[in-house]
Design a binder for this molecule. Sequence first.
Ligand code: ADP
Ligand code: ADP
Length: 220
Amino acid sequence: MIELTGIGKYYKQGFGKTHILKNIGLIIDQGEFVSIMGPSGSGKSTLLHILGLLEEPSEGTYNLLGENVNSLSEKQRTEIHRSTIGFVFQAYHLIDELTVYENIETPLLYQKVGSSERKSRVAELLDRFQIVAKKDLFPSQLSGGQQQLVGIARALIANPKVIFADEPTGNLHSEQADQIMEVFQELNQKDGVTIVQVTHSEKNAAYGNRIIRLKDGWLV
Ligand code: ADP
Ligand code: ADP
């Protein structure tokens, strides 16, 4: 599903370059639940952003679902991003001015999905995550764990094949963190969604089937 070959990322600095990722080769199969771990500054977020088409690598090739995404136009990348990828952030990135319902619905508006289908899909996720009673509240009126459930519902609304999550429980208490990991595990096992998360927590990582470790930009 995901195949990275010789992926590098560097930034120009003075007369030289700072290498953030070095010669990363990686295959992730459909249906895997992978955790990326490593010390601060080892390149985890950069790797996740490249995988999630939020950043471009400096070198190497990235095949996603059989397509070389390096050679795509900006518009094509956006299209693939919307149709196959869900992204979950540590700090939720919800829109403060929109209700829970509207936050979850937003990706479908970009995809021009009709109103009755939007309604039924949002209702299904509200129900699944047991946040129906919160649908008219704003993000600031929710606990961190509830906000992350909304973030995950929004990431799921367009039926992505893969979810990328950057420290999804980094701001949560351990009980809430466990709930989020159980949601990921169920999505992975019941719905077959591929999950790739960055985490500092061995406990979180244990919910998945594989750990990838980075050190100083190298996959070790
Ligand atoms: P991690 O997620 O493992 O903490 P990151 O991928 O966030 O690591 O960052 C890896 C390294 O890349 C860090 O040393 C960071 O300072 C550096 N870095 C990230 N973004 C940039 C940038 N835009 N310009 C220069 N250096 C950057
Ligand atoms: P990194 O990926 O390098 O750990 P992030 O961008 O995720 O950094 O986070 C920025 C800051 O938040 C860093 O100082 C990091 O140590 C801290 N941080 C990250 N994750 C957690 C966490 N789960 N709990 C507490 N602090 C965290």
